[in-house]
Design a binder for this molecule. Structure first.
Ligand SMILES: [Zn+2]
Length: 89
């Protein structure tokens, strides 16, 4: 699966999720899209994929390159790799 398509699917799933709580850690890394350094939030596979096989596939496509995360400011999906946040594609 194309990483960009996977990121779009994960973003859509995150925006549609029922639980709007921000339970996971915000990582102090700069978003590669907007540059905000305090809005990048780790995503969990459970909150994104549920039992949807297509979303599971999208998650796997991204997770092989890093920890999927989402910028709460520009709402772009990024990957956390070490101390940096990278675009998924
Ligand atoms: Zn951003």
């Amino acid at each position: 699966m194309d990483p960009f398509d996977a990121a779009e699917m994960i973003k859509a799933a995150w925006l549609q999720r029922d639980d709007a709580g921000d339970s996971l850690a915000v990582r102090l890394v700069a978003c590669p899209y907007c540059g905000k350094a305090d809005r990048v939030r780790e995503l969990s596979r459970e909150e994104i994929s549920g039992s949807n096989p297509a979303l599971e596939q999208a998650w796997q496509a991204l997770a092989q390159s890093g920890q999927p995360a989402l910028c709460g400011f520009c709402l772009n999906v990024v990957l956390l790799a070490g101390e940096a946040a990278l675009p998924p594609a």
